[in-house]
Design a binder for this molecule. Structure first.
Ligand SMILES: [Mg+2]
Length: 291
């Protein structure tokens, strides 16, 4: 089921076993969102939650599989397109990510970069499938989790399809990738609040039913401000955890260039905008009943 169809038709049945997940097509945003209504502040977890799952480092070990090569490819792109040396290109990539939340947004705003060209060039990621990992228990937990489920990722749709298909993730109603995060023609990936409001308006969902499961605290903070419930997935940010050790046991190593955890990502803290912290998806079901 496409994202557009999901918007129009509401609830959809999960994909049958053996069929690849349905991937979204970019929606044509245009209907003004329901501004003015204050976000609902829930006192408990919603009875009928609608789950929005981030992809990288939430549903798979992207630090292991993708981030090193991806950062390298983005630096290559800046070096070639802007005529910078390697060090300057790497510094510019980091600066745009910190300032705009995404390297792509900096390139669009300051250089008029074609986003589709950038995404295609930087997400080739040869050999990605061989590096992908996710615990079996997470897939089982997701299959048992009640409620509608969407993917909400700042990655491009083709990359998301590749990861989800290769890992056999099923049961998502639609994939909302970065190409679908445009509001009135502007690219507005997470954590953009307008994109979140538009998304819920198009899905005809009140904010208190939406639950964002994400490993990036900045994304959770924006969603919480909009009245969403937020779950901080930390399962891929604990290098010494038995879970991650088991998952990473095997030939691949963490690629050079993978970013170290920041202060926000260190386990042990739960900021006010985080409703719950988890290290595996098997905790989600309990949250909906005992939150
Ligand atoms: Mg992530």
């Amino acid at each position: 089921m496409s994202y557009r169809a999901a918007q129009a038709g509401g609830r959809a049945r999960a994909a049958a076993p053996g069929t690849p997940p349905a991937y979204g097509t970019p929606p044509a945003y245009g209907t003004p969102p329901a501004y003015g209504a204050p976000p609902v502040e829930p006192t408990a977890w919603p009875r009928r939650p609608v789950w929005f799952f981030d992809l990288d480092d939430t549903l798979h070990d992207a630090t292991l599989a993708a981030f090193g090569p991806l950062n390298g490819a983005m630096t290559d792109y800046l070096q070639a397109s802007l005529g910078l040396d390697r060090a300057a290109a790497d510094a510019r990539r980091r600066a745009y990510w910190q300032r705009h939340g995404a390297t792509l947004l900096g390139l669009i705003r300051h250089h008029g970069t074609d986003p589709h060209h950038f995404l295609a060039e930087t997400h080739r990621l040869p050999g990605l499938e061989a590096r992908l990992r996710r615990p079996r228990s997470d897939a089982q937990a997701l299959a048992r989790l009640p409620g509608r489920k969407f993917i909400l990722t700042n990655g491009p749709a083709a990359y998301a399809a590749r990861v989800l298909g290769s890992l056999g993730w099923r049961g998502f109603e639609a994939v909302i990738a970065i190409e679908a995060m445009r509001v009135f023609g502007q690219w507005r990936p997470k954590p953009d609040a307008r994109m979140l409001r538009h998304l819920l308006a198009r899905l005809k969902l009140p904010a208190h039913r939406a639950v964002l499961v994400d490993d990036t605290p900045g994304h959770l903070r924006a969603a919480r401000r909009e009245g969403w419930r937020t779950v901080w997935m930390q399962g891929y940010h604990r290098p010494q955890s038995p879970r991650l050790k088991r998952l990473r046991a095997g030939p691949p190593t963490v690629p050079a260039g993978s970013p170290p955890p920041t202060a926000w990502q260190r386990p042990g803290r739960r900021p006010a905008h985080v409703c719950a912290r988890i290290s595996g998806l098997n905790r989600l079901r309990a949250l909906t009943f005992h939150g």
